[in-house]
Each structure stands twice: as structure tokens, then as C-alpha cells.
Write a protein that binds this ligand. Structure first.
Ligand code: CAA
Length: 295
């Protein structure tokens, strides 16, 4: 059963007030997870339209939990009340931990970190859930880089246990320890890894997804056959092209670009087919079409 939060928020591993920046797949999932664990969550969104859509999507997700008998209606109401949404990063001033989950674009993330650094208290932790950008470079725009680390959740946040923790050469030991205690208290299994593009999961996963895309690109195999082969032959829950569609082809391409920029290895270069699909707005599940159709 899901934990049932009370309206009065409670501390989790010493944290009470959490900020999340970005209400995309990852930000929304992290905000929901924190709210279900009784934390006070402030969600900062960039587009005014998200002020209305983010709470609506949160309510719909919580309703699904109630319908499945995993959450009480009271738990749903408490989790919904625990999340406030706004467009001003200044509203995160009293947060003890802020998780940045904006678009996978370094310039955008640097601007967020630079602002957060001026807004939050000096002892607040600043975390990024980037998949492949350098945590060290993000920490570079922060006055006290010791408070910055990567806290990388996986999609769907509610389902997958892993969190990669990525300290830089400058991250304070106490910040690593507090972050590890926090994600463990959220029910996740942390692994601590170095600040290299892609960390562990994407450094292994993305070359595999790109290899599958090249099989389709060359006419070697259909998307259906590649997916069926890996689902039936290796017991993966999703074949690689379904998974690329699920992650979002724009996100896969952005991670590949970041891996390639650091490693300069051909296996990390986005195949032209992937680039053309992204340019055409064929982004996978979220756009209704990717390697498969989602009409
Ligand atoms: N929120 C909450 N619960 C969810 C959910 C969501 N978004 N999506 C699925 N679930 C739950 C379902 O409710 C269901 O739970 P119950 O069995 O208790 O009812 C369970 O997960 C299984 O879901 P389904 O039966 O609908 O479908 P499925 O068996 O095909 O599982 C899946 C769906 C969990 C997404 C599964 O296909 C899967 O694990 N796929 C691989 C996902 C993966 O590899 N993600 C990593 C991507 S890489 C990444 O995130 C990092 C990055 O930086 C890009």
C-alpha cells in the first residue's frame, strides 16, 4: 500500500520542504512521489499553462492509485494539497532540497541553477535529475558548489527503484549522505556513481537503443521484430524501440549528443534517422508516433 500522508507534513530523513523545478515526466513523477511521502512540495513550472495542467495530471495519477485500491481517498486529497504550483523560482526560497528537472538543455539548466543559488538558503541542497549533462558544470554557476549533486530518477518514477546519486569532485560529504538518506527514505535504491556523461544507466542503455535504431535505419530488421526479439529473448519489459518511444526520441537524441560530445565515440552518435524523426516532430509516445504508433 502507498504511504498515506497527513495534511500536516512530516519530515523524511530530516527534510520537510522540497522544491521541484519542471513539470514534465520526471518533475511530475518526483513531485508526486514526495507528496505521497508526506512532504511539502513546491513545483515551479515555466509555462503559465502548466499552472492548470500540472495539478490536473497529478490528480489524475492519484485517482488511478485510488481506483487500484493502493491509496485511500484521504491520502489522495492530502497528496494533492501537499503540492503547490507556481511560475516563480523565488517561491522556492524556504526549500531544504530543490530537484531541477527541466528540459535536457545545458543553457536552460545553468540559468535555473544560477537563480536557485541566489534564492535558497546557503545550507539547502541543489540537485539535478539530468541524464547526461555534467553535474560539475551546473555546480560551476553556484557560489558554494559543495551543495550540488546529481539525483537521477528513472521513468516511471513511481515504478522504478533506482536513483543514481552523482557527487562531483566538489560535493560536500554531508550533502551526499543526506541525499542518500533522503532517497532511501523515499523507498528508492541509490547507487553512487561518478560524474561522467550518462552515469551508469544511460552510458549503457543509450548505445543499445542507438544500435537498435541503426538496425531499423539500415533495413536489417523491422521495429516490431527488434522489440519482439528483446522482449521474448531477453525478458525485457519493453523492446528498445518501444523504450526509445517511451523515453521520448528528443530526449534520446539529446542524451546521445551529450554522450557523443564527451566521448567522441561513433557508438554514441545519433543515427540520422533519429535526428530526422526529431526534426519532423515524431517524438515517440508523447507525440502519438515514433517507431510505433500510439493513436
Ligand atoms: N505511474 C505509476 N504507476 C505506473 C506507471 C506510472 N507512470 N506506469 C506503470 N505503472 C504501474 C502500473 O500501475 C502497474 O502496476 P500494478 O501491476 O500494480 O497495477 C505496473 O506499473 C505495470 O504497468 P502496466 O501493467 O501498465 O504495464 P507494463 O507491465 O508494460 O509496465 C512499465 C510498464 C513499468 C513502463 C514497464 O514496461 C517498464 O518497466 N518498462 C521499462 C522502463 C524503463 O526501462 N525505464 C527507464 C527509462 S531510462 C530513464 O528513465 C532514464 C533516462 O535518463 C532516460
Amino acid at each position: 500500500a502507498e504511504p498515506t500522508p497527513s495534511r500536516a507534513t512530516r519530515a523524511l530523513a530530516g527534510f520537510t520542504r522540497i522544491g521541484v523545478v519542471g513539470s514534465g515526466t520526471m518533475g511530475a513523477g518526483i513531485a508526486e512521489l514526495c507528496a505521497l511521502n508526506g512532504l511539502d512540495v513546491r513545483l515551479a513550472v515555466s509555462r503559465p499553462a502548466s499552472l492548470e495542467s500540472a495539478p490536473r495530471r497529478l490528480a489524475a495519477s492519484l485517482d488511478r492509485r485510488v481506483a487500484k485500491g493502493r491509496l485511500t481517498p484521504e491520502g489522495r486529497d492530502a497528496a494533492l494539497a501537499a503540492v503547490s504550483v507556481g511560475t516563480d523560482l523565488g517561491d522556492l526560497a524556504d526549500r531544504e532540497l530543490v530537484v531541477e528537472a527541466v528540459v535536457e538543455d545545458e543553457a536552460v539548466k545553468l540559468a535555473v541553477f544560477s537563480t536557485l543559488d541566489k534564492v535558497v538558503e546557503p545550507d539547502a541542497i541543489l540537485a539535478s535529475t539530468t541524464s547526461a549533462l555534467s553535474i560539475t558544470r551546473l555546480a560551476g554557476v553556484v557560489q558554494h558548489p559543495g551543495r550540488v549533486l546529481g539525483v537521477h530518477f528513472f521513468n516511471p518514477v513511481a515504478v522504478l527503484d533506482l536513483v543514481e546519486l552523482i557527487p562531483t569532485l566538489l560535493t560536500d560529504e554531508s550533502v551526499c549522505r543526506r541525499a542518500e538518506e533522503f532517497v532511501t527514505a523515499l523507498g528508492k535504491k541509490p547507487v553512487t556513481v561518478g560524474d561522467r556523461s550518462g552515469f551508469v544507466v544511460n552510458a549503457l542503455l543509450i548505445p543499445y537503443l542507438l544500435a537498435a535504431i541503426r538496425m531499423v535505419e539500415s533495413g536489417y530488421s523491422s521495429a516490431e521484430s527488434v522489440d519482439q526479439a528483446m522482449e521474448s529473448g531477453c525478458a525485457h519489459p519493453m523492446g528498445p524501440l518501444k523504450l526509445a518511444d517511451f523515453i521520448g526520441l528528443d530526449v534520446v537524441a539529446a542524451i546521445a549528443e551529450a554522450l557523443h560530445a564527451e566521448s567522441r565515440q561513433p557508438l554514441h552518435a545519433p543515427p540520422p534517422l533519429l535526428s530526422r524523426m526529431v526534426e519532423a516532430g515524431i517524438l515517440g509516445r508523447k507525440s502519438g508516433r515514433g517507431f510505433h504508433s500510439y493513436a
